[in-house]
Design a protein around this ligand. Structure first.
Ligand code: GLN
Length: 447
C-alpha cells in the first residue's frame, strides 16, 4: 500500500521497511505461539516525525535535525511497542509541528488523499494522510493547537487529542510544552481509543504526566441518551466558517439529538481572543524550546563557521525554515524585558479566562460539539503567503489546548465533496466522554 500510494500522497519522510518486517515477523511468532500477544500485535503504526523512535532518523520535519537518530523511544512509542505495534515509518509534518497544512515541512509536500491538489491539514498531515490512504492502520500525531484534530477532519479520519497530562511527552521533540499532547489517528473511534488506552498514564520521565485512572474503553458503547451536548454560539460564527461545513455539522447535531442527546446552547465569550493568546504563548515557548538546536548537541552543523557564534548563526539560519524563524523571533520578542508584561503575561491571563469559559460551559453540558475547522481542506499554496489566514484555521481547536481539554474529531459528511470533521470537547480527564459521544455519532452515521 505504501509503495502504491506514496508517489501520489507523500505521507512519509522515511519508510522503515526492514525494521517493520523484523517486527512483523516477531509478531507472527508471538501470535503463532499463542502467548505474549498484546492489543496491537502486528498492527502497522506510522509515527509523526516529532516522536523519538530508537535508532530511526527523527527530524521534526526540519533540516536542522537531518541525520539525528534518537538513542531511545519516546514513552508513547515504547508503550505501543510493548503492546505489539509494528512501526512502518516516520510521517511528514510542518517543521517542529508549526503549521496547519504540512506545507512548512523542511522536506516535501504531503497531498490530501481525497484531492491531491489540496493540503492534508497540519501539522500532523502525514499521519492523517497515511491513515486516510490506507498506508497505515494507525498513526501517532501531536496536537498543540489542533494539529491532530484539524488534519483528521481534512483527511476524513478520526483524531484524538487527549487531556493535557494524559500521555507522556517524554521523547517528544517539544514545540510548546504547556500545550503539546500526543494522540492517535485511526479509521474508527474504537481503534483510536485502543491506541490511546495503550499509551496513556503516569510516566516518571514526564513530570506533567498525570497519575489518573485510565479507562477509555468502558464507556465507549454507552450512547448519548441523556447526555447534554453544549453548542457554543461563538464557534458557529467564527471568521471563515464555510456554509457547507456548517450544514454538515448541523446535520450531525440533529443525528445526535435523535439518538437521545439534549442539545443546549452554551457561550464561550472569549473565543475571539484565543487565537491572539495562542500565537503569543506558543511562539514564546518554542523560542525557548528551540534554543537547544545549537549545532553542538543534535543534527546538522555548518562546518564552514570559524567561531562558535558563527556556528550557531549559520547552522540555525540554514537549518530552520521561514515559519520556525518567524515564531522564534515573535516569541523572543514577547518574552523580552519591557514586553513580557504587555504580551506574554497578558496572553496568560486570557488563557485563564478561556479555561474559565469552558468550566462555566461544562456546568450546563457533558461535552461540547462544533466543527473541527471552519473550512474543508484548502488548495496547496492558498495560504502559504498569508500566515494569519493559516492561523485562523485553528480557531476552533486551540481553545481546547489552552484549557488542556480532551478533544476528538470524527468525520461527519462532506462539503464540496471533501470531508468535514465534528469536534467533541469534554472536561479535563473526561476523555472517555469525548470518545463516547464521537462513537455514538459514528455508530448512528453508519447505521
Ligand atoms: N496550526 C497550529 C500552529 O501552527 C497548531 C500546531 C500544532 O497543533 N502543532 O501552531
Amino acid at each position: 500500500m505504501i509503495r502504491r500510494e506514496e508517489p501520489r500522497i507523500g505521507a512519509f519522510l522515511r519508510v522503515t521497511e526492514a525494521e517493520a518486517r523484523a517486527q512483523a515477523e516477531a509478531a507472527d511468532h508471538r501470535l503463532a505461539a499463542g502467548d505474549g500477544a498484546g492489543p496491537l500485535t502486528g498492527i502497522p503504526v506510522a509515527v509523526k516525525d516529532v516522536l523519538s523512535v530508537e535508532g530511526v532518523e527523527t527530524t521534526a520535519g526540519s533540516r536542522i535535525l537531518a541525520g539525528y537518530r534518537p538513542p531511545y523511544d519516546a514513552t508513547a512509542v515504547a508503550r505501543l511497542r510493548a503492546a505489539g505495534a509494528v512501526f512502518v515509518g516516520m510521517t511528514n509534518c510542518d517543521e517542529f509541528a508549526m503549521g496547519s497544512s504540512t506545507e512548512s515541512s523542511g522536506y516535501h509536500l504531503t497531498r490530501n488523499p481525497h484531492d491531491p491538489s489540496r493540503v492534508p491539514g497540519g501539522s500532523s498531515g502525514g499521519s492523517a494522510a497515511a491513515v486516510a490512504a490506507g498506508e497505515a492502520v494507525l498513526a501517532l500525531g501531536t496536537d498543540t493547537g489542533g494539529s491532530i484534530r484539524q488534519p483528521a477532519a481534512f483527511c476524513g479520519v478520526v483524531g484524538v487529542k487527549p487531556t493535557y497530562g494524559r500521555v507522556s511527552r517524554h521523547g517528544l521533540i517539544a514545540f510548546a510544552s504547556s500545550l503539546d499532547q500526543v494522540g492517535p489517528f485511526a479509521s474508527s473511534v474504537s481503534d483510536a481509543a485502543l491506541v490511546l488506552q495503550a499509551m496513556s498514564g503516569l510516566d516518571p520521565k514526564d513530570a506533567t504526566s498525570a497519575d489518573r485512572p485510565v479507562d477509555l474503553l468502558g464507556e465507549l458503547e454507552l450512547g448519548v441518551e441523556g447526555l447534554r451536548l453544549g453548542v457554543p454560539r461563538e464557534y458557529f460564527q467564527v471568521e471563515g466558517m464555510e456554509s457547507g461545513v456548517r450544514a454538515a455539522v448541523d446535520s450531525a447535531l440533529l443525528l445526535l439529538e435523535r439518538q437521545g442527546a439534549e442539545l443546549v446552547e452554551v457561550s464561550l465569550p472569549h473565543t475571539d481572543y484565543g487565537l491572539a493568546a495562542y500565537y503569543i504563548i506558543a511562539p514564546a515557548e518554542c523560542s525557548s524550546n528551540l534554543a537547544r538546536f545549537d549545532a553542538v548537541r543534535y543534527g546538522a552543523r555548518d562546518e564552514s563557521a570559524r567561531t562558535l557564534l558563527e556556528t550557531y548563526l549559520r547552522t540555525r539560519r540554514a537549518g530552520f525554515g521561514t515559519e520556525v524563524r518567524r515564531r522564534v523571533m515573535l516569541g523572543t520578542y514577547a518574552l523580552s524585558a519591557g514586553y513580557y508584561d504587555a504580551y506574554y503575561l497578558k496572553a496568560q491571563k486570557v488563557r485563564t479566562l478561556i479555561a474559565q469559559d469552558f468550566e462555566r460551559a461544562f456546568e450546563h453540558c457533558d461535552a461540547i460539539v462544533s466543527a473541527t475547522a471552519p473550512s474543508v481542506a484548502f488548495p496547496i499554496g492558498a495560504k502559504v503567503d498569508d500566515p494569519v489566514a493559516m492561523y485562523l484555521n485553528d480557531v476552533l481547536t486551540l481553545g481546547g489546548n489552552l484549557a488542556g481539554l480532551p478533544g476528538v474529531s470524527v468525520p461527519c459528511g462532506t462539503s464540496e465533496g471533501l470531508p468535514v470533521g465534528l469536534q467533541v470537547l469534554a472536561p479535563q480527564w473526561a476523555d472517555a466522554t469525548a470518545l463516547r459521544v464521537a462513537r455514538a455519532y459514528e455508530a448512528a452515521r453508519d447505521a
